[in-house]
Design a protein around this ligand. Structure first.
Ligand code: GRF
Length: 217
């Protein structure tokens, strides 16, 4: 089986990266991580990559005068590895349309809410503040607009009456770690494709048993 080579872009602790590393450790998983790239030299995720013998690169945004120059270097770093998919996993730089369009339909992201609700930062605080009963997480293709783009997979997580943002974040994160590898698997197997503003799926990809735990814990 030819596995899809992916680049994972991170900025921090890298627990989603770890979920992808763990999934890729299975030889039957249809993707493998060719490189991990961080914009922060101190990102803990870099250590996770090294522990798994995955090549790492740091493209430190602070060393570039402009966003364009930073993205040029980032693009070069990704291209060094001949990957078919870029996975943003807690990558905290906003990417310009130029970069996004270069990787159009070949770059995906995970966001800790049920998009299109609660785009942007401080998601869980805003979810609690809004009093919604159900939140969750989303893996989607990246388009120039932030936290937008065709949705590949989502999981729902109930919001408890007494939840703190931290508690809720932790429960959502557990679901993130399930759906991100699943999204990569579906992309790698060619079971999903971008069709306009949506993702089209092969029949039965999202049959009941594939819809991950929609409302239960
Ligand atoms: C996750 O909550 C992800 O949804 C968001 O950033 C966080 C990254 O966490 N985009 P980690 O670095 O993967 O632990």
């Amino acid at each position: 089986m030819k596995r899809l080579a992916i680049a994972v872009l991170i900025s921090g602790r890298g627990t989603n990266l770890q979920a992808l590393i763990d999934a890729c450790a299975d030889p039957d998983f249809p993707a493998s991580i060719a490189c991990v790239i961080s914009n922060r030299p101190d990102a803990h995720g870099l250590q996770r990559a090294r522990n798994a013998n995955i090549p790492t690169r740091v493209v430190n945004h602070k060393e570039y005068e402009t966003r364009e120059a930073f993205e040029e270097a980032l693009d070069e770093a990704v291209r060094e590895f001949d990957v078919g998919l870029v996975c943003l996993a807690g990558f905290m730089r906003i990417l310009t349309p130029a970069f996004v369009n270069r990787w159009r339909d070949r770059m995906i992201n995970i966001h800790p809410s049920l998009l299109p609700a609660f785009r942007g930062l401080h998601t869980h605080e805003r979810v609690i503040e809004a009093g919604v009963r159900i939140t969750g997480c989303t893996v989607h293709y990246v388009t120039p607009e932030m936290d937008d783009g065709p949705i590949i997979i989502q999981a729902a997580v109930p919001v408890r009456e007494d939840d703190s943002a931290e508690e809720l974040a932790e429960r959502v994160l557990m679901m993130e770690h399930k759906i991100y590898p699943e999204a990569v698997r579906l992309v790698a197997l060619g079971k999903v494709r971008v069709a306009g503003t949506k993702v089209a799926t092969e029949d039965a990809v999202f049959a009941d048993n594939n819809l991950i735990n929609p409302v239960a814990e």
